[in-house]
Write a protein that binds this ligand. Sequence first.
Ligand SMILES: CC(C)(COP(=O)(O)OP(=O)(O)OC[C@H]1O[C@@H](n2cnc3c(N)ncnc32)[C@H](O)[C@@H]1OP(=O)(O)O)[C@@H](O)C(=O)NCCC(=O)NCCS
Length: 171
Amino acid sequence: MRHEYQARAGRVLLLPLTLPDAQRMRELRNRSSQMFFHTEFITAEAQEEWYARYARTENDYMFSVLFSPSEQWVGAVSIYHVDKTQGRCEFGRLMIDRSAVTERGLGVDATLAACAFAFETLELSTVYLEVFADNMAAVRTYERAGFQTCQERLEKTGRTILYMEKSKSER
Ligand SMILES: CC(C)(COP(=O)(O)OP(=O)(O)OC[C@H]1O[C@@H](n2cnc3c(N)ncnc32)[C@H](O)[C@@H]1OP(=O)(O)O)[C@@H](O)C(=O)NCCC(=O)NCCS
């Protein structure tokens, strides 16, 4: 949905995702499609349609990840499926362009900033996510950001999906 929120943690600033950012995000997403549940190649037109749908979707907050202090665009992240009644939301669509900066660990900062947005701005109590167990960089990132694995699920493809959670009280 269109929003004007910002969040900061460590070396990153999160700003609302614009359409040009969404096209940069598409290129990153196409490069690492095997790490996501939908693996199809995304065209520029399909991404524009996706962005228009996203802008109309309530409770879906996409952010660009900017590397401070230069505010260079380095990736994207989102908080969605926000359920204020249950105090829960999903975290996902995290990607960092590792070729853009030599700094490592920006994924942790982006994850912490998105969680701060969920806990402090949206006043939620639990953030959850799903990730392929073989995506070591992502799993390590989420563990370092304080997520714990609650469940494992073996897919027909032979890949295992981890369900992870982070609670506000565990910050
Ligand atoms: C996940 C991602 C955002 C992390 O970006 P980053 O912060 O720049 O990643 P880093 O290179 O600093 O690596 C993060 C951690 O994973 C570890 N790691 C990276 N690749 C690894 C590998 N192949 N095996 C084991 N550990 C690995 C790093 O050592 C680091 O851990 P450390 O801080 O304890 O040393 C980035 O890899 C990415 O965009 N991946 C593609 C998209 C994706 O998979 N998104 C998540 C979908 S759920």
